[in-house]
Design a protein around this ligand. Structure first.
Ligand SMILES: [Fe+2]
Length: 239
């Protein structure tokens, strides 16, 4: 399995504080059958401004430590950004890191309370510029919880959708669970990821969520959300 949304790098955002904690998280992920993790530190969210060069260096340092500790996981670079003016230019210049630094797929977070007017045009504009936006943890957005079909309008103009593993297992509460199940029934989900932050927060475990998704969409489709689809985008390929 491949986890495409993870705050796994040490002392770069609100993820783990130390490299030892990062390694512990990677051990948990490896035990769950995760082989690759895309590190997606917060960037350009007004609080955390993880810089691309620091992300790339920290990814290399963590991979080295994982090898030394014989933990069979590969960390790939990425980031989690916000909708902002000039995102296309930020991606082109490398200021905002795309998934696996491939220049094509970008993980972005919407405001939790409302969908900013013009988000559909923003998604369309990104797509027209060869950049595919992935909506991070869509089930946590209050506007989607109230009206899940709103997500389909963004999917129609080219967005992909990521949901959190814990929302499926119910640890995110009944509202998130209902929302994510609705998305799945309508086939509006492209990825299940952990959004891991720490040892005490969301763990880097995907297998339990795949079991829950299997009951809704069947095993083949459920596994595609953590295997085939993530594999495609880390290789820069469409889904
Ligand atoms: Fe995140």
């Amino acid at each position: 399995m491949i986890d495409i949304h993870a705050h796994i790098l040490p002392s770069i955002d609100d993820g783990p504080e130390t490299i030892e904690e990062s390694i512990e998280l990677c051990k948990i992920a490896a035990n769950d059958g995760i082989e690759k993790i895309v590190a997606t530190p917060h960037s350009k969210d007004g609080v955390y401004e993880a810089k691309s060069d620091k992300i790339l260096k920290t990814v290399d340092a963590l991979n080295l430590k994982l090898k030394e500790n014989q933990i069979d996981i590969e960390i790939l670079p990425g980031s989690e950004t916000h909708i902002h003016e000039g995102l296309v230019e930020s991606v082109r210049s490398g200021e905002v890191l795309t998934i696996n630094n491939g220049g094509k797929f970008i993980l972005f977070e919407l405001p939790f309370v409302f969908i900013p007017p013009g988000t559909d045009k923003f998604v369309f504009n990104l797509k027209s510029n060869g950049i595919v936006p992935i909506i991070a943890h869509a089930e946590r957005i209050a506007a989607f919880q109230k009206k899940p079909e709103l997500v389909s309008q963004l999917v129609k103009v080219g967005a992909l959708v990521q949901v959190n593993a814990l929302a499926l297992t119910g640890r995110g509460g009944p509202i998130e669970k209902k929302c994510v199940e609705w998305f799945l029934k309508n086939r509006w989900v492209h990825f299940i990821a952990s959004d891991v932050h720490s040892l005490t927060g969301r763990p880097p475990i995907l297998s339990k969520a795949v079991e829950c998704a299997t009951r809704i969409v069947g095993e083949e489709e459920a596994r595609a959300l953590v295997c085939h689809n993530p594999e495609q985008i880390i290789n820069g390929l469409d889904i």
